[in-house]
Every structure is written in structure tokens, then in C-alpha cells.
Design a protein around this ligand. Structure first.
Ligand code: NDP
Length: 510
């Protein structure tokens, strides 16, 4: 913190006088609190000008030589050009994965597969700073989140599934677990490395090989992961990475050589993928959108709940499928809670993702920023009341202020549609029944949060939530041992834990 208060002795500044650059204690005056810049050095990352596809253990150009650029959304500078795969490249990659599955990986004993996964986990930890900085640059997420959440959790997934690789008979007692074969895996841009690990670690542990397509706006951490595979001496073709547009994803989904499809992304594309595999015997898991209710009862510890609400919706700029984007507050505490929340919003720091003080970084792309802007405008037009703290946004890059809507009706688009941005819609309820009804009044069913002092109420509410994950007195907590997935239009199948392993095996009788 650079500039400190000159007078910290007197009364609290009225909330209306507070803003991020004038916040503090004083006799009616706001005291400026400025954070000195704390930029993470970017020289740990060596960017190549061009990246190829990773097929059969080799770095190869696209079959037609095509490339596309990937931007830093915080600066709009082009970071690198990556190969733009074609359907012919999808075919090459699936063949490489099949060869590796039948000739090397699928025949290795589990304890040998485990050694590779442990090695990958260790290398991810050794290169964690490099991954964190690269991920922040390519996606716009704050470095402190990439550093403290994405990368350690990605490594933890490899550790966890490495442990299962030689114990499949214990995971599925009395059954024989066989790999499915070749998995096509398509991941989104909000947690690029973490989603890669959710997909690749269980697949490999169970003896499958994979072809993974990262999102076009965030290909770089997957390509750095290709380097990790080489460093770990992973047999060629076990992991293949195809950068390219959605049509390459669809070429993978419909490829006859693929046995399993795993997708994380929008509900719209998830539905197209379901159609693409319909009528085949391919296994499918879909992890799609969400519109989670975060429910605060009048007996909840309010200051703790405020932190949970902030973490629930402003973590990763709100670009989180399980974000707590609908806040349901018991009416008797609504006014107090909203006042506290507004005060807290004024302290959120928006800006350079590579600054270690930044809480909310850049929105991943211009298209996503436009989508958020349009939905926020619809909230205002439909009559909800908008609140945004008065913070300065960087001149370049795709930034959006933390936003809070009160006076929201369930029919408003901002209460129904996934915004995937730092935008919270506040609704109220009087009774637990009303809270359940409102929470479940959505096409989605990925996650929910409950804040209350009563254990019995937590258990009752959790049972009544139509949501795959329910957090109690916390939000957005992830662990490799714990399954994650949705109901309704949030998809089906589970990732994480033994459930996540199940999605990559065929169980036979002994
Ligand atoms: P998409 O669902 O389009 O993208 C997710 C992944 O699917 C990307 O790798 C994408 O590739 C790929 N893809 C796109 N089209 C196809 C296709 N026809 N067949 C196979 N794969 C395809 O999400 P968007 O990036 O367009 O984001 C739109 C909205 O989706 C967001 O605003 C948000 O609401 C939601 N979303 C939800 C996510 C979640 O975690 N549940 C994650 C991301 C978005 P490419 O990048 O090349 O287009």
C-alpha cells in the first residue's frame, strides 16, 4: 500500500462517500488508499511466435498451414500465433491417439501409468509460476487466482488420479475396469489449465488416450502442457492437442474413431454435441452453464456471507459456470446485507491481471464483454436497479465493473440467463419454501450456496436444491476428490473424485 491515511482516528465515512480511491476512516473526510503496483514479472514465460499442433508427440503445422492469433485480453496485444487445425488434423490426431492406446498406454500396468501422472503433477508444480503467468496473460484472470487456485488445483488433479491408476479394482470392487479407448475432450476459456486437468488426468489414469481441443481464445496453457508431456517422457500420442475453431471440435465429436466425448462449455454447444453423438455408442459427459442461487438466511454470519457472496460472483470475473450469480436474501436482513455488500464492492480492485493486488481482471474476449454489456443493459431496461462502484478501468483491454442489481424480478433476463461476468442479481425471500422455489426456478442446476447458522437447515435445504453441488457457508470450493456436475440444462455426468474416474471406464464382470 503506497499512500496511507493521514488521520485514522474519527468516525466512519458514510457509504455514499466511499469509493475505491477514497476509502477509510476520518472525521467526515474520505482518506485515499492507493495500492502501489505489484506486477508479477512476465519474463518467466518464453512465448514462441508460432505454435504448432501437438500430434503423436510432435509439434506439427495444420494440414493447410493455417494459423490464428491469441490475444492478451488485458492489453489487446497478440501474444502468439497458433496452428488452426482442420478436420483432417482431427483425423490425424485421433489415429495417433488410437495407435498409442492399443500399442503402448492401454497395455501398460496401472502402476506404470501412475508414474507418468505423478511426474506430470510434479512438473506442473515445478513450473507453476510459468503456468500461472501464462494463464493470466492469455485469459485475463488475476495472477493471484491463477497462482493460488488454477495451477495448484490442476496439479492436485494429476496427483489424485495418479493414486487411482493402479487401484481401479478398489475403485470398482468386484468389477473389472477397462479403458474406453480414445477420448475427445473440448474445454472452455474460463479455466483453461484446470479444465484440461479435469479431463486428461482421469482419462489417462484409466488407460485412455486423448485428443483435447482448448478454446480458441486460450490455447497457450494447453500448448505449454504439451511441453510438460514431452518433459515427462509420456509415450507419443497419449495426449494430443488440437488448437482450432469449433468445427474441429465437431469433427472430433463425430469422428468414428472416438469412444468418449467430454465437453465443458455453453449449453447451446453442449446440445449440438449431444446431437453429434446421438445414435452412436460413444460415452458422453457434458458440463454446461449455470445460474446458481446463493441463499442467505437471517441467522447467517453476515460478514462471512459477504465474503462468500463476493467470492461466489466476482471470482474469475464471474466467468464461472457455478458462479453464485443469483443472491437470494431473507427479506428481514436484505437492507443491511446490501449496504454491507456495496461497501465491500467499493474495495474490489479491478485492473491489470498481472498485478498481485488485482481482484477482478480482464474479461476473456471482446465478444464476452459485449455479451455482458448487453445483458446488463437489459437489466436496466427491465427495471432492475444497477449499482457499480466508482472505479477507474484501464483504457485498453476488456474490463467490466463489478455490478450489483437490486429490485430484480424472476422474469428478468439477468435473473434467468447465464451472464458469465461480474454481475450479481439480488432477489429476496421470506420463508425457506420460497427460497427453495426461487432457487430451483431455473433451467440450470449446477450449484447452490446456503448461508445459515443451523446445521439442520443446511441439510434440509441441500436435499431440496436441484443442483449438483451445494456449498454450505462457503462458495466456489473445489477439490479433486469431490464430484462436480449438473442437473437439467447444466449437463450430465460428473468430473472429479471416483465419479470422474467412472466416466472413463467400461465395467465388466469378473
Ligand atoms: P462455447 O461453448 O462456444 O465454447 C466452449 C468450447 O467449445 C470451446 O473450445 C469452443 O471452441 C468449442 N466449440 C465451439 N463450437 C463448437 C462446436 N460446434 N462443436 C464442438 N466444439 C465447439 O462457449 P463460448 O466461448 O462461445 O461462450 C459462450 C457462453 O457459454 C458464455 O457466455 C457462457 O455463458 C457459456 N460458457 C460456459 C462455460 C462453462 O464452463 N459452463 C464455459 C464457457 C462458456 P472455440 O473456442 O474455438 O469456439
Amino acid at each position: 500500500m503506497a499512500a496511507m491515511a493521514t488521520d485514522t482516528t474519527s468516525s466512519i465515512v458514510p457509504a455514499s462517500d466511499r469509493s475505491p480511491s477514497s476509502w477509510g476512516l476520518g472525521d467526515g473526510r474520505a482518506i485515499p488508499w492507493e495500492y502501489a503496483p505489484a506486477p508479477e514479472a512476465r519474463d518467466i514465460v518464453t512465448l514462441k511466435e508460432r505454435y504448432g499442433l501437438f500430434i503423436g508427440g510432435r509439434d506439427v503445422p495444420a494440414s493447410d498451414g493455417g494459423t490464428f492469433g491469441t490475444l492478451n485480453p488485458a492489453t489487446e496485444e497478440t501474444l502468439a500465433h497458433v496452428a488452426r487445425a482442420t478436420p483432417a488434423d482431427a483425423d490425424r490426431a485421433v489415429r495417433a491417439a488410437r495407435r498409442a492406446q492399443t500399442r503402448s498406454w492401454g497395455t501398460l500396468p496401472g502402476r506404470e501409468r501412475a508414474k507418468y501422472l505423478f511426474r506430470i503433477a510434479r512438473i506442473l508444480q515445478e513450473r507453476s509460476r510459468e503456468f500461472a503467468v501464462l494463464e493470466s496473460m492469455d485469459s485475463g484472470k488475476p495472477i493471484k487466482e491463477a497462482r493460488d487456485v488454477d495451477v495448484p488445483l490442476a496439479a492436485a488433479h494429476f496427483w489424485y488420479y495418479a493414486g487411482w491408476a493402479d487401484k481401479l479394482e478398489y475403485a470398482f470392487p468386484g468389477r473389472v475396469a477397462r479403458p474406453l479407448g480414445v477420448a475427445a475432450q473440448i474445454i472452455p476459456w474460463n479455466f483453461p489449465l484446470l479444465m484440461l486437468s479435469w479431463k486428461i488426468a482421469p482419462a489417462l489414469a484409466a488407460g485412455n488416450t486423448v485428443v483435447l481441443k482448448p478454446a480458441s481464445t486460450t490455447p497457450l496453457s494447453a500448448l505449454l502442457f504439451a511441453d510438460v508431456c514431452r518433459q515427462a517422457d509420456l509415450p507419443p500420442g497419449v495426449v494430443n492437442i488440437l488448437t482450432g475453431p469449433g468445427e474441429v471440435g465437431m469433427a472430433l465429436v463425430t469422428h468414428p474413431g472416438v469412444d468418449k466425448v467430454a465437453f465443458t462449455g455453453s449449453t447451446e454447444i453442449g446440445k449440438r454435441i449431444a446431437k453429434g453423438v446421438a445414435g452412436t455408442d460413444k460415452a458422453l459427459t457434458l458440463e454446461l452453464g449455470g445460474k446458481a442461487a446463493n441463499i442467505v438466511f437471517d441467522d447467517a454470519p453476515l460478514d462471512q456471507a459477504i465474503e462468500g457472496i463476493v467470492n461466489g460472483i466476482y471470482f474469475n470475473q464471474g466467468e464461472v459456470c457455478c458462479a453464485g450469480s443469483r443472491l437470494l436474501v431473507q427479506e428481514s436482513i436484505a437492507e443491511t446485507l446490501i449496504d454491507k455488500l456495496k461497501d465491500r464492492l467499493a474495495t474490489i480492485r479491478v485492473g491489470d491481471p498481472l498485478d498481485k493486488n488485482t481482484d477482478v481482471g480482464a474479461i476473456n474476449s471482446r465478444a464476452q464483454l459485449d455479451k455482458i454489456t448487453e445483458l446488463v443493459a437489459s437489466g436496466v431496461a427491465e427495471g432492475a436497479e444497477l449499482y457499480q462502484p466508482a472505479c477507474d478501468l484501464p483504457e485498453r483491454g476488456f474490463f467490466f465493473r463489478p455490478t450489483l442489481f437490486t429490485n430484480v424480478a424472476q422474469s428478468h433476463r439477468i435473473a434467468r440467463e447465464e451472464i458469465f461476468g461480474p454481475v450479481l442479481s439480488v432477489l429476496t425471500f421470506r420463508t425457506p419454501d420460497e427460497a427453495v422455489e426461487k432457487a430451483n426456478n431455473t433451467i440450470y442446476g449446477l450449484s447452490a450456496g446456503i448461508w445459515t447458522d443451523k446445521g439442520s437447515r443446511i441439510l434440509e435445504m441441500a436435499q431440496r436444491m436441484r443442483a449438483g453441488v451445494v456449498w454450505a457457508n462457503t462458495f466456489n470450493r473445489f477439490d479433486p476428490t469431490s464430484p462436480f456436475g449438473g442437473y437439467k440444462e447444466s449437463g450430465f455426468g460428473r468430473e472429479g473424485g471416483m465419479h470422474g474416474l467412472h466416466a472413463y471406464v467400461r465395467l465388466e464382470d469378473r
